[in-house]
Write a protein that binds this ligand. Structure first.
Ligand SMILES: Cc1cc2nc3c(=O)[nH]c(=O)nc-3n(C[C@H](O)[C@H](O)[C@H](O)COP(=O)(O)O)c2cc1C
Length: 194
């Protein structure tokens, strides 16, 4: 399985968490690490190039900090431009059929804040419904998001643990050692024993 990480962080120079989580990802075999803000600082997304990248991979990850209960702006722009009618969706749009998509997210809020009686009222998975349905419309399987909660007070060793877990997941996916049907049944990927 080939995995494409579409990474989006508009202020990486100020990052405390993602800057460590992405260390070395581009040197893992079978993984393509694609930094959208670095590639397109002016949002001039090369649609054909992005579509070609999608065709070359089986699993797509939107890796980003949670911004206003959603993704940083370039992800929305990327979706708006790249997922064209009759290419990604619609009667003739089968280019992404059978691929997998999930979000890898870092969130300032803690896990307890993301539930019906918590501060943010909804789960992260609920906030991600537009992306989940976008995957469905494009005939992809949406997998549960992996979420790094509580980034405002996270410790260095916790970030290190998350990074190791992330790399483990990426390698299991690459080596086809993940049961995707079983995985799809979970609310979030954090719950899965790997
Ligand atoms: C513009 C903006 C919006 C944010 N919105 C949210 C949010 O909706 N929910 C949340 O839990 N954290 C939110 N945060 C916190 C970020 O998710 C958090 O700072 C980030 O994941 C930390 O990763 P980093 O150290 O790599 O920047 C927001 C931060 C910024 C700058």
């Amino acid at each position: 399985m080939r995995t494409l990480i579409l990474f989006a962080h508009p202020l990486l120079q100020k990052s405390h968490v993602n800057i460590h989580l992405i260390e070395g990802l581009n040197s893992i075999e079978g993984i393509t690490f694609h930094d959208l803000y670095q590639k397109y600082p002016e949002f001039d997304i090369d649609v054909k190039r992005e579509q070609q990248l999608l065709l070359e991979h089986d699993v797509i990850i939107f890796h980003h900090p949670f911004f206003w209960y959603s993704a940083p702006a370039i992800i929305k722009e990327w979706i708006d431009l790249v997922l064209e009618h009759d290419w990604a969706y619609g009667a003739k749009g089968n280019s992404l059929k059978g691929k997998y998509l999930f979000n890898f997210i870092t969130a300032g809020g803690g896990a307890k804040a993301y539930c019906s009686d918590g501060y943010n009222q909804y789960t992260v998975r609920e906030f991600l419904k537009p992306i989940e349905q976008t995957a469905c419309l494009c005939k992809m399987t949406y997998l549960p998001p992996f979420i790094v909660f509580g980034t405002h007070s996270i410790k260095e060793e916790e970030v290190r643990d998350y990074r190791e877990r992330y790399i483990k997941i990426l390698k299991l996916i690459r080596d086809d050692k993940i049961n995707f049907d079983e995985l799809a049944g979970h609310e979030i990927m954090n719950d899965v024993t790997l």
